[in-house]
Ligand binder design. Structure first.
Ligand code: PGA
Length: 252
């Protein structure tokens, strides 16, 4: 069976004290109310990875980074490499989030390099794809998402692709309160899975977790996660409140 995952993407939010408090609350609620149906991941700013990871020891909850460099080390001021992330025992790295694509001009070829670095460090990439509103309105969203997956993942061999988690996040649904319907999510997830099956074969495609992201909330999570190709969620705004995050995880 595919792994069910609920990952929180804190983005650029929280001070250290707030990060500690949020982590403590997530731990306490998860322990009291969840029974391990989903793997929980907290993707924090780089600065807090070490601290949050220490707090999470023994809880079964994992920590993740939100980006990494395409280089291993060297004169790249302000950058953080996959090897550095690995040295903190952080197992996950979000790559290709639409905000990175939009504000930091990250494209498919660059993301392919980052995917390689994350895998080479033994970590799991959570690779994001998704279309902006105008592409959805033009009706070319499936072609665009297939291209995003091809450009950054299709150079991988079969063993490597099995280690990737994909997150489909329609840009028009991120932080807007406008969620894709569960059918819209399912349709795109099925397209992604079929595309993976075309390249790697159905048995391999069936092992890859595909998360939905974009205004996942406690009141829509259950319906989204009930879809056959939706294996969990990547949660932004609602992951900043422990109660909401845990209610979402209960939807698995
Ligand atoms: P949102 O963000 O849940 O606030 O829409 C999701 C994301 O950007 O990963």
């Amino acid at each position: 069976m595919r792994k069910k995952i609920v990952a929180g993407n804190w983005k650029m939010n929280k001070t250290l004290a707030e990060a500690r408090a949020l982590t403590a609350e997530v731990i306490q609620l998860a322990k009291a109310e969840l029974s391990g149906q989903a793997s929980l991941i907290l993707c924090t700013p780089f600065l807090y990875l070490h601290e949050v990871n220490s707090l999470l020891v023994g809880t079964g909850i994992a920590v993740g980074a939100q980006n990494c460099s395409e280089h291993d080390s060297g004169a790249y001021t302000g950058e953080v490499s996959a090897i550095m992330i690995q040295s903190l025992n952080v197992p996950y790295v979000i790559l290709g989030h639409s905000e990175r694509r939009q504000y930091f001009l990250e494209g498919g070829a660059l993301l392919a390099k980052k995917v390689d670095k994350v895998l080479a460090a033994g970590l799991t990439p959570i690779f994001c794809c998704g279309e902006p509103l105008e592409i959805r309105e033009q009706g070319t969203h499936e072609a665009l998402v297939k291209k995003q997956v091809e450009e950054s993942l299709f150079h991988l061999g079969e063993d490597a692709i099995r280690r990737v988690v994909i997150a489909y996040e329609p840009v028009w649904a991120i932080g807007t309160g406008k969620t894709a319907t569960s059918q819209q999510a399912q349709d795109m997830h099925a397209v992604i899975r079929q595309h993976l099956a075309g390249k790697y074969g159905k048995p391999t495609a069936e092992t890859i977790s595909i998360l939905y992201g974009g205004s996942v909330k406690p009141d829509n999570a259950k319906e989204l996660f009930a879809m056959p190709d939706v294996d969990g969620g990547l949660v932004g705004g609602a992951s900043l409140k422990a109660r909401d995050f845990i209610e979402i995880a209960k939807g698995i």
